[in-house]
Ligand binder design. Structure first.
Ligand SMILES: NC(=O)C1=CN([C@@H]2O[C@H](COP(=O)(O)OP(=O)(O)OC[C@H]3O[C@@H](n4cnc5c(N)ncnc54)[C@H](OP(=O)(O)O)[C@@H]3O)[C@@H](O)[C@H]2O)C=CC1
Ligand SMILES: O=C(CO)COP(=O)(O)O
Ligand SMILES: [Zn+2]
Length: 355
C-alpha cells in the first residue's frame, strides 16, 4: 500500500524589485493580515528600513511595535515572544540579515503568528526558507518553522548594502554544490531520504548563478536582483525537502564550528564558501571539481581562503576536524577527519598556508 505523504510550505507572495520596501503594507494587506505588527530587526537594519516600514503602518492608523535583537540565540527568540505578548501583536515582520529573520521566523512559529520577511542584505538563503538556525552550546539547531508568508526584497536597498553581504549570498548559493553531494552520499550510505526535485533545484540554482557571474558586480542593482532570485530558489528547495539538506552539508557544519571558534569574524556565506572548496576536495580528490568551486567564488568576489576570512589556519583546521560532532547530519566528514588529512586537503586547495 502507498502511504507516503508530504506537506510543502512555501511563501505566498514574493515581491522583488526597485523600491518595493515602500510596499510592505500592501503585501501585508494582500495576505488579509489585520492588526498590530511587531517589527523584529537588528541595529543597522532598524536604521535603514525599520522606520520606513513602521511609517507605512502609522499612515494607515496602525501603531506597530519594534523589538531589536542583537544576536542569534534562543534567548533572542524568547525576547521576541515576550515583546509580541506585550504588544498583543497579530503578526511579525522580520527586517534585516539572516539573524533577525531567523529569530523572527522561530518566534512566529512558536506563537502561531504569520511572518513577513524583509531582507536588508542578500547574504543568505534563509530569507524564504522554512528553517530557523540557532546555535546553542556545542550544537546547532536547524529547526523547522513556517516559512514567511511574504518576502519583500527591495533591490535598491539590497544593492546599497556593503558589497561583501552580496558576495556572501553568492557563496551561500555556491555551497549548494557540495551540500547536494553530501545529501546524495548520506542517501547512499545511510538511507537518508533524498528528494530529486529539491536536489536538482538547488544544484541548478548554483549553476545559474555562476553562469551569470559577469552580471553580478558592485554598484549594479541587477546584481541584487539575480542574487535574490537565487536565494529564493534555494529557500524553495529547502521547503520542498522539508530540511536544509539541499543547501547545507559539511561546509555548513564547518561554518557553524567557525561561528563558535572564531565568533563574529566572517560572514556565514563567506565561511560556507571557503569550506566548500575543502569539502569538494574531500569528495572528489586532487583532480576533482574543487578548482571550479574556488573559481566560482573568485569570479563572484567571495573569499577563497582562511586568510581572507580573517581566520587562523589552526582555527580553520580545528573546525574541519570537529565539525562532524555539531549535528547528527551525515556528510563527507563521516565520523571525523584526521588532522593530517584535514591539513592536506586545506593545503592542497590553498585554503590554508597562504601569507
Ligand atoms: N534559516 C535558514 O535557512 C538560513 C539561516 N541562515 C542564518 O543567517 C545568519 C547569517 O546571515 P547574515 O545576513 O550573514 O548575518 P547578520 O544578520 O548578522 O548580518 C550580517 C551583518 O550585516 C549587517 N547588515 C544587514 N543589512 C545591512 C545593510 N543593508 N547595510 C549594512 N549592514 C547590514 C548586520 O547588522 P546588525 O549587526 O545590525 O544586524 C550584520 O552586522 C546565520 O546565523 C545563518 O545561520 C543562513 C542561511 C539560511
Ligand atoms: O544556512 C543554511 C542554508 O544555506 C541553513 O542551514 P543549517 O540548517 O545548517 O543552519
Ligand atoms: Zn547557508
Amino acid at each position: 500500500m502507498f502511504e507516503k505523504s508530504t506537506w510543502i510550505r512555501l511563501p505566498r507572495n514574493v515581491v522583488v524589485g526597485h523600491g518595493v520596501l515602500g510596499r510592505v503594507r500592501e503585501a501585508v494587506d494582500d495576505l488579509y493580515l489585520d492588526g498590530t505588527p511587531l517589527l523584529v530587526t537588528s541595529p543597522t537594519p532598524y536604521e535603514l528600513a525599520g522606520e520606513r516600514v513602521a511609517t507605512q503602518f502609522e499612515a494607515a492608523g496602525v501603531e506597530p511595535e519594534t523589538t531589536v535583537v542583537e544576536e542569534a540565540s534562543f534567548g533572542a527568540v524568547e525576547q521576541v515572544m515576550a515583546a509580541a505578548g506585550e504588544a498583543d501583536a497579530d503578526f511579525l515582520i522580520g527586517i534585516g540579515g539572516g539573524k533577525p529573520i531567523d529569530i523572527a521566523k522561530m518566534a512566529a512559529d512558536e506563537l502561531d503568528l504569520a511572518l513577513v520577511s524583509v531582507p536588508t542584505a542578500a547574504s543568505h538563503d534563509g530569507i524564504v526558507s522554512g528553517r530557523g538556525s540557532v546555535p546553542e552550546g556545542d550544537t546547532r539547531h536547524s529547526v523547522a518553522a513556517d516559512p514567511p508568508l511574504a518576502v519583500v526584497a527591495d533591490t535598491e536597498l539590497l544593492s546599497a548594502a556593503p558589497w561583501r553581504l552580496t558576495t556572501a549570498g553568492c557563496a551561500d548559493i555556491i555551497s549548494n554544490y557540495t551540500a547536494v553531494k553530501d545529501w546524495q552520499l548520506a542517501h547512499r550510505l545511510k538511507n537518508v531520504e533524498y528528494s530529486e526535485y529539491a536536489g536538482a533545484l538547488s544544484q541548478m540554482t548554483a549553476e545559474m548563478l555562476v553562469e551569470r557571474a559577469d552580471s553580478i558586480k558592485r554598484g549594479l542593482e541587477e546584481s541584487a536582483w539575480i542574487v535574490v532570485k537565487a536565494l529564493v530558489s534555494s529557500g524553495v528547495a529547502m521547503s520542498i525537502a522539508g530540511s536544509s539538506r539541499p543547501a547545507s552539508g559539511a561546509e555548513h557544519l564547518i561554518s557553524h564550528q567557525l561561528d563558535r571558534i572564531a565568533p563574529g569574524t566572517a560572514l556565514h556565506g563567506h565561511q560556507v564558501g571557503v569550506a566548500s572548496v575543502v569539502t569538494e576536495y574531500l569528495h572528489s580528490g586532487t583532480d576533482g571539481e574543487w578548482r571550479s568551486v574556488r573559481a566560482a567564488l573568485e569570479s563572484l568576489g567571495a573569499p577563497t581562503d582562511a586568510a581572507e576570512l580573517g581566520i587562523e589556519d589552526g582555527a580553520f583546521l580545528e573546525a574541519v576536524t570537529t565539525a562532524h560532532t555539531i549535528r547528527n547530519r551525515y556528510t563527507i566528514l563521516g565520523d571525523g577527519v584526521d588532522e593530517r588529512a584535514a591539513r592536506e586537503a586545506a593545503t592542497v586547495t590553498g585554503v590554508i598556508g597562504g601569507d
